[in-house]
Design a binder for this molecule. Structure first.
Ligand code: TRP
Length: 335
């Protein structure tokens, strides 16, 4: 990592490799990563240990992990300046998670709403890993002394738990962990489903027409946007009861930089067909550089291997420093 005199914040995030991210993830968060990476010391990883809380075929886990790793690089994280790694390559995550398990109350973990949701959705495989998932996440964060963690709404409660565990541990042993804060970047857009524009766009939506994946080809993107739900008014403006059009305007605005007034003017007297064609074209152009970079990186396995190895080395070094401190404080014999 770059070590200049000015002290940059450590921004840390791990992403789950459970399917290709969507246009919503891109416009809501990733689009700003270039800026975030320039202004901070970023540590980003693929949460492959978290991934096995849900069963998958070994070759799928491997493929998805590599794809997500390539995606992190394609999205603008520089493996020279930032740390980009796979969680399972740094064994201290699992060790710290175990230690922190013993400093987390059962009741506290039971209150995690994502656990309650997930155990209903995966009723056939409610494993203990699913329950302790947020504690592994706390370990991810605390190992690196992260100052800031970019989190979506669904992860806020987990970050709060990480803070509580860190404060409890520090209360007993002194200042071991940095207390992490949420990273508030430039506010990203909230992109909604193309089919049910009351809900967020989600890659796990069973209706594939409802989301645009970052891996979708231009013709697929165009098709999905053409079949997006609108209304019967056939006039492009941002208004009440126009959730579908509002969402498309929002997408168009993010891709072109035009505000809603300008968009309204541009499509005065035109129908939804013209508007949708323009939105599709703008989205295709917006995603093109990332998609090209993603394909380029993914086809270069030697490069991925080299970056992942270096990322693991840099991450391990930092993680191990924290881990040694923790082991000593708790009272493990270190010789
Ligand atoms: N639980 C996060 C999610 O599903 C992924 C994650 C794992 C994470 N470890 C993390 C996010 C550490 C931020 C920091 O999105």
């Amino acid at each position: 990592m770059e070590n200049t005199n000015e002290k940059k914040n450590v921004v840390l995030s791990l992403v789950q490799a459970s399917g290709t991210p969507t246009l919503g993830n891109y416009l809501g968060a990733f689009k700003n990563w270039h800026n975030m990476a320039a202004e901070n010391d970023c540590i980003f990883g693929v949460a492959d240990l978290h991934a096995i809380t849900v069963r998958s075929e070994p070759q799928d886990l491997r493929r998805r992990s590599i794809e997500m790793y390539a995606m992190l690089l394609a999205l603008g994280l520089d493996p020279e300046k930032n740390i980009v790694f796979l969680q399972s390559h740094v064994t201290d995550h699992a060790l710290l998670a175990w230690v922190l398990n013993c400093y987390t109350a059962f009741g506290e973990a039971s209150r995690m709403t994502q656990f309650k949701d997930k155990s209903q959705r995966h009723a056939d495989n409610v494993n203990v890993g699913l329950f302790t998932y947020p504690i592994l996440m706390a370990a991810d964060i605390l190992l690196y002394g992260a100052d800031k963690v970019p989190v979506g709404d669904d992860q806020k409660q987990h970050l709060e738990l990480a803070r509580d565990i860190a404060e409890r541990f520090n209360g007993i042993y002194g200042d071991v962990f940095k207390i992490p804060e949420p990273y508030i970047g430039k506010k990203g857009a909230r992109i909604l489903s193309l089919q049910e524009p009351e809900k967020k766009m989600s890659k796990s939506d069973p209706n594939v027409k409802s989301f645009i994946s970052l891996a979708d080809e231009p013709n697929v993107i165009a098709k999905k946007i053409k079949s997006a739900v609108t209304d019967s008014e056939a006039r492009v403006y941002y208004g009440e009861n126009k959730a579908g059009i509002n969402n498309l305007m929002n997408i168009y605005s993010c891709c072109t930089g035009l505000d809603f007034d300008a968009i309204e003017k541009q499509f005065e007297g035109k129908g939804y067909g013209d508007f949708k064609s323009a939105v599709a074209e703008a989205v295709v152009e917006e995603l093109r550089p990332v998609q090209e970079e993603y394909k380029r990186i993914l086809s270069d396995k030697a490069y991925i291997e080299k970056c992942a190895k270096e990322g693991a080395e840099k991450a391990s070094y930092l993680a191990h420093k924290t881990m040694r401190k923790v082991m000593k404080k708790v009272g493990f014999y270190q010789g």
